[in-house]
Design a protein around this ligand. Structure first.
Ligand SMILES: Nc1nc2c(ncn2[C@@H]2O[C@H](COP(=O)(O)OP(=O)(O)OP(=O)(O)O)[C@@H](O)[C@H]2O)c(=O)[nH]1
Ligand SMILES: [Mg+2]
Length: 213
């Protein structure tokens, strides 16, 4: 029997999962003019190329092919918007740190991303994905500096946690949290893996909060 001092949650994990399973591709944005009206709420997935942004989005929406993933870095080349509910979006961003993109294209993305991250009012929070084996690179730190200047909530997913054993993954999380506490106070972190599905409930709860559900 349920402990009466531990009330039934208003919304369970399965209701939440169903919400994200309903996500649909909306559009790909290559210019600020193509952005949906800046009146809703959205959460963006950012991070280095190949960190696992698109894979995480697919796992969180329970849809394998929703966002395109690839072993080759640089797969996501536009800001891809996914509609979760009325004026509620998830946004898959192009990764940074991938040298093989022609200069002119890279400059275009950078300018687009910078303005999006600086100006977008609908942006309720940013999930910053980092491969657990290479967290907090210089480029990640540069992004964190800019987001801190804007006061945007940030949560780190340490991806591919399955690549390390349990003990090493836990140690990596502890280390990342210590570094974040000292250098980027307020930025939280968790383990994540598309293979083991570790971290899905925690990430869903955060998405709900940032999207205002
Ligand atoms: N083992 C393991 N592999 C993963 C995980 N997440 C992603 N990958 C793999 O990492 C590679 C890159 O994943 P993507 O999701 O395409 O990465 P991305 O960050 O969207 O990359 P860009 O779009 O190029 O910026 C793919 O081969 C994925 O299968 C994970 O949790 N565990
Ligand atoms: Mg991608």
């Amino acid at each position: 029997m349920r402990n009466p001092s531990n009330p039934i949650p208003i919304e369970g994990a399965s209701t939440r999962a169903a919400r994200y399973r309903a996500a649909r591709f909306l559009n790909s944005v290559n210019a600020l003019s193509q952005l949906p009206p800046d009146t809703g709420r959205e959460v963006a997935f950012a991070g280095r190329s190949n960190a696992g942004k698109s894979s995480a989005l697919n796992l969180l929406t329970g849809q394998r092919g929703l966002a395109r993933t690839s072993k080759t870095p640089g797969r996501t080349q536009l800001l891809n918007f996914f509609l979760v509910g009325p004026e509620r979006y998830l946004v898959d961003l192009p990764g940074y740190g991938f040298a093989q993109v022609p200069d002119a294209i890279r400059r275009h993305w950078q300018a687009l991303l910078e303005r999006y991250l600086r100006e977008r009012q609908a942006l309720g929070g940013l999930l910053l994905l980092m491969d657990i084996r290479q967290p907090l690179t210089d480029l990640d730190r540069r992004l964190l500096d800019r987001l801190a200047a804007r006061g945007l909530p940030v949560h780190v997913l340490l991806t591919k946690a399955d690549k390390l054993g349990r003990g090493k993954a836990t140690a990596a999380l502890r280390q990342a949290r210590e570094t974040l506490d000292s250098d980027f106070p307020g930025v939280s972190a968790q383990l994540f893996s598309v293979l083991t599905r570790e971290g899905v409930n925690e990430a869903h709860a955060l998405l709900d909060r940032w999207l205002g559900y």
